[in-house]
Design a protein around this ligand. Sequence first.
Ligand code: FA5
Ligand code: MG
Length: 391
Amino acid sequence: MLLKKQLNQTSRHSIVSALEIGGVKIAKDDVVRDDPTNNVPDTIFTKLGLQLHMRDQHPLGILKNAIYDYFDMNYSTKFVKFDDLCPIVSIKQNFDDVLVPADHVSRSYNDTYYIDAQTVLRCHTSAHQAELFRKGQTHFLVTGDVYRRDSIDSTHYPVFHQMEGVRVFSTDEWEKSGIDGTSYAAIDLKKCLEGLARHLFGAVEMRWVDTYFPFTNPSFELEIYFKEQWLEVLGCGVTEQEILKRNGRENNVAWAFGLGLERLAMVLFDIPDIRLFWSTDERFTSQFSEGKLGVKFKPFSKFPPCYKDMSFWISDAFTENNLCEVVRGIAGDLVEEVKLIDNFTNKKGMTSQCYRIAYRSMERSLTDEEINQLQWKVREGVESKLKVVLR
Ligand code: FA5
Ligand code: MG
């Protein structure tokens, strides 16, 4: 059984050495190269082109279609939908066009996957805003896979899916309301998204939190109460005038939002771990069907986690995201969480950190031997790739 599964995986990976997304042909060595300006690992390349949001029977596709329904019903199909735009974009599209400052952390190699110094895997669907404004679009939804180097836990994954929504208002739409354009757009935005939340969830506890984005002002996040905690499901705000001005919309106001499809789907379908979205196990995939929103996922059984601690002296260059990438590169989706549990600096100024790695398969029990072997490989990988000194 296991062997058959492994063979299937290997053959898939070897077949996918070239793919086409949104009309763009992509070969593996266009994306993954052994070169200091590139930080895309194989594990990320294997996710390119899978486009979970295009599968009508997958929770992400079901959710996308339900959001489409909401917009079609309330705005009589005025919103134009894009869900096949290529995730490989320039740093201009991903950052400059949406006014991300030159020194913003999201531009770092620690946070973003770079293909070369000028090209990235988009880290948000906002990367397409400016070009769509320039093409004259005023009401649009952009759905796609986005990529981020990040920590590991049940609600974060280095590839996830976002839907961007943008609405442009012309001057006469808000002038007759007697309030200024920004307030008009902010009120409309919140009304639209609260309506969307009710369309998807019925009654659910939610709250607005003020926040900051370089491309909107004011900016807000919507949080939903799920499993005894507040979960951030989307960011939004009133589009910065500068973006509109640069892209041929000088006299307009607009709102924009970017929502995390996995986060919403976890709440709607009761999916406890973000890794499950990538599962090809029939016991997962067979539970969902086209058009059926909010079917509650029944875990096929809960396998026990296994915890392994690892301590080391870090160097200045050490980051948690780099650690997570190494761990994921070796243990794949068997890692459930990587968590800092101890941190101290000695008299000589050396800092020691201890991380607890939780291993758990969602499909089967793992043997002690298998975990021990993985942990040894992880220790070796961490030591050789991250220049830390194991303790
Ligand atoms: C953005 O990406 C903004 N571009 C959103 C936006 C668009 C704001 C337009 C204003 C106007 P943020 O980084 O907060 O914002 O991500 C948006 C959503 O994506 C989050 O609310 C969350 O639901 C989801 N998300 C973020 N990181 C992850 C992750 N690692 N795994 C899964 N979902 C994530
Ligand atoms: Mg956020």
